[in-house]
Ligand binder design. Structure first.
Ligand SMILES: CC(C)(COP(=O)(O)OP(=O)(O)OC[C@H]1O[C@@H](n2cnc3c(N)ncnc32)[C@H](O)[C@@H]1OP(=O)(O)O)[C@@H](O)C(=O)NCCC(=O)NCCS
Length: 322
């Protein structure tokens, strides 16, 4: 670690490592991120890069202000011979009133790899979090990205969760087969169980990055008020077996490329209910846009696939306490 600190200081002295400059660097960073993540960019990632490029070209105050709201403002770039060949972004967020940072877009141009640049950028991002007195820095990395995971583990990051994003298209022609599971509206008395399941599946330290908000899924008048205040458009169903609540699923409109599904179910034993709920949501989706379900990896994977979803990505969430 000491050796890397010296490398960081020396890189900064030589002018290679410098803070990301919102006005100057957006276009070059978008190009680098696109090159380094070409195989894994999803439609939201592509949209993010398009917005960065459009801000980079913008000369109007309105355009810059829009970019300001969308683009990373904190981060570091590695520059050699006037060219940006490395990047790390820092995205601030609040969890339970505490400001943490997500380290993102760690990228080194293929021609410059294996020279310690990725490690130095990561270390600089950690130092930044520490200097801002954040209790922790987080990041997420694809399960199959052994190289990046190795770098983060070496810095002491710990793996906190593994989550899969599943995607499917709505299909209002799906047949509804006879089943012991009944799909019905969620009732007030279901909330205690549903809340517990949702808190397990969408814990606050991970859910901040998504459209998830617990209060929006509450049945009754409190849920109506929350959805009104947060401008959330939600449909929700319960799956019951012999009259007992087995699982719950919600559909929510988003501005992302896919609308969101939130699934609430016990740790195990509700496969049939999950299958029927997800098929029901595909059938009853109010729009034709794709559906995305983020859920702890491995949980109900068979039922989710049987309902017509395919795995889009599995991310490992890692935390380094500072
Ligand atoms: C991951 C990435 C940023 C690493 O950048 P880099 O500058 O090549 O990494 P470094 O030179 O600092 O290497 C750091 C460690 O990873 C190891 N490593 C890096 N690339 C490796 C490879 N292709 N095979 C095996 N080990 C590798 C290095 O050996 C080093 O380990 P060591 O300290 O034990 O020797 C770069 O490969 C990249 O941009 N990948 C594509 C984007 C990406 O996956 N980003 C991470 C997303 S979370």
């Amino acid at each position: 670690m000491t050796a890397i600190s010296e490398a960081t200081a020396s890189a900064a002295r030589q002018g290679k490592l410098r803070p990301f400059d919102f006005r100057r660097d957006q276009g070059a960073v978008a190009d680098l991120v696109e090159l380094c993540f070409a195989e894994t960019l999803d439609p939201d990632g592509r949209e993010y890069l398009t917005r960065m490029r459009s801000t980079a070209r913008s000369t109007s105050l309105a355009g810059l202000a829009k970019g300001w709201a969308n683009a990373p403002l904190n981060g570091f770039v590695w520059q050699e011979n006037g060219r940006i060949i490395g990047n790390v972004s820092l995205i601030p967020y609040l969890v339970q009133g505490q400001r943490c940072y997500l380290i993102a877009n760690v990228a080194v141009h293929p021609d410059y790899r294996l020279r310690g640049i990725g490690q130095t950028l990561t270390e600089r991002a950690i130092e930044f979090g520490r200097s801002r007195r954040a209790p922790a820095v987080w990041l997420h990395v694809r399960l199959e990205n052994q190289i990046a995971r190795g770098i983060y583990l070496a810095f002491g990051f710990q793996e906190r969760a593994v989550r899969t994003t599943w995607v499917a298209n709505p299909d209002n022609t799906l047949p509804g087969e006879a089943s012991q599971i009944q799909i019905a509206p969620l009732k007030n008395r279901d909330w205690q169980a549903v809340r517990g399941w949702l808190q397990r599946s969408y814990p606050a330290e991970l859910a901040w990055h998504s459209w998830f908000r617990l209060s929006n899924l509450r049945p009754g008048v409190l849920g109506v008020i929350s959805r009104f205040l947060h401008n959330a458009y939600v449909y929700q169903w319960a799956a019951r077996q012999h009259g007992r609540l087995a699982a719950c699923g919600a559909w929510q409109a988003t501005y992302a490329y896919a609308n969101a599904i939130w699934l609430a179910a016990p740790d195990k034993g509700a496969d049939e209910a999950v299958l029927k709920l997800l098929q029901h949501i595909r059938r009853r989706s109010p729009t034709r846009r794709a559906l995305a379900l983020e859920y702890p990896a491995g949980d109900y994977a068979g039922a989710i696939q049987e309902a017509g979803f395919r795995e889009q990505q599995t991310l490992v969430w890692m935390e380094l306490k500072l």
